[in-house]
Write a protein that binds this ligand. Structure first.
Ligand SMILES: N[C@@H](CCC(=O)N[C@@H](CS)C(=O)NCC(=O)O)C(=O)O
Ligand SMILES: [Fe+2]
Length: 370
């Protein structure tokens, strides 16, 4: 089993996709915002379900797409607890594990490039972020970097892995793609055979120019690439006077769903859902599937059965017409009901956290393959 290695030429960043061949549950490591279409296409082509989006650290040279992947592909996000990335669903500590299907990833805390940097071990592979590069290592001159700590992380943590462990770096600036612990231990120009003092001297003498996009990238990455500072039009418009609780954006719906606060209900017909696909994580309960059906009793029963007490219900359809009618009905039934703005086709004017995207689609790709 090998990881899928993907490269972003603008930032020389490697992104990795790992998957369990049986369940097709997948993980992505260090995704790049400008490559999200490529990454979603890879997932779709292979029929993978993205379970986790992992960050090795808060990057200084490019912006992550982890936040967007959470919204679009339904992934849960993780980041090192000490990375300062506050919005990840799970903050990892040294030795924590993450499961995807029958596979497990183990997090190793490897400070040095940044204070919170982590590497991830999967089978006989290690994803080293910017801690260990091929014949190099991450710089240590910003983001709480420390050459002394990096020396320890390299020699006492990574080099203690079996020599045959394959090394998959977060960047390569010379066209190299994979190495091994054994090879780096014996031939890495910065660290092999060096004392800690020699290593620190090498790092201090690098005098690298700052990454070009640093000022923009670091603050964005602390929010997983989502622009929390930007206004989010239509995030929640109260509609109590109209007979239901409110209209909400897809972003907010997704947040509520991730937090376990709301049930998503897709009220399109079975035929529509079969054609376009069920919105992932939504329950399909068609609104007036059979015209003339008296009192739509079947809808009422199914809806009440789907929404546990204390949870909100968020309704969606193709264009936002039926979901409003359904939200009003749900309110009559005693539920706290919201409508998703513009429905499945999306709101092209929602330029909030979701940037240029609209609704459940991004560049024509569904929010997530179900
Ligand atoms: N030239 C690149 C900066 C590259 C850079 O500084 N990369 C960091 C990783 S975020 C590093 O640690 N590089 C190590 C090195 O170049 O030896 C840019 O402007 O984005
Ligand atoms: Fe970095």
């Amino acid at each position: 089993m090998k990881p899928i290695q993907l490269f972003d030429t603008a930032s020389s960043t490697y992104t990795y996709v790992l998957f369990d061949p049986f369940s097709l549950d997948a993980v992505i490591i260090d995704p790049v915002d400008t490559q999200i279409t490529r990454d979603l296409a890879v997932l779709r082509e292979k029929g993978l379900r993205l379970v986790w989006a992992l960050e090795t650290h808060a990057h200084a040279d490019h912006i992550t797409s982890a936040g967007q992947l959470a919204e679009l592909a339904g992934a849960k996000t993780t980041a090192p607890a000490e990375s300062g990335i506050s919005t990840a669903s799970v903050l990892l500590k040294d030795g924590d594990t993450l499961d995807f299907g029958g596979e497990t990833i183990r997090a190793l805390l490897t400070p040095g490039h940044t204070a919170g940097s982590m590497c991830f071990v999967w089978r006989d592979h290690v994803f080293t972020g910017d801690t260990l590069l091929i014949n190099g290592c991450g710089r240590t001159d910003f983001q709480s970097g420390s050459a002394a700590e990096l020396y320890h992380s390299l020699t006492e943590v990574l080099f203690k892995l079996p020599d045959a462990t394959k090394v998959w770096p977060g960047h390569d600036y010379q066209g190299k793609s994979c190495s091994s612990i054994g090879r780096e231990k014996t031939s890495n120009a910065r660290v092999a055979g060096k004392t800690q003092a020699e290593f620190i001297a090498i790092m201090e003498a690098l005098h690298l120019p700052p990454p070009k996009r640093m000022d923009e990238a670091v603050p964005a990455n602390l929010h997983l690439g989502l622009r929390h500072d930007a206004p989010v039009p239509h995030a929640l418009v109260q509609r109590d006077a109209d007979g239901y609780a409110g209209d909400i954006s897809v972003t907010l719906a997704h947040q509520w769903w991730q937090a376990g606060e709301a049930v998503l209900v897709d009220v399109r017909t079975d035929a529509e859902r079969a054609w376009v696909g069920l919105v992932p994580d939504a329950v399909g309960i068609a609104w007036k599937q059979w015209p003339g059906m008296s009192a739509n009793n079947q809808f009422d029963q199914a809806l009440l059965a789907a929404v546990p007490a204390g949870k909100k219900v968020v309704l969606l359809c193709r264009s936002g017409v039926r979901s409003i009618a359904a939200a009003k009905r749900a309110t009559e039934l005693g539920l706290l009901a919201y409508n998703i703005l513009e429905g499945f086709e999306g709101d092209p004017n929602d330029h909030g956290q979701r940037g240029q995207r609209g609704g459940w689609r991004f560049n024509g790709l569904p929010w997530r393959q179900s």
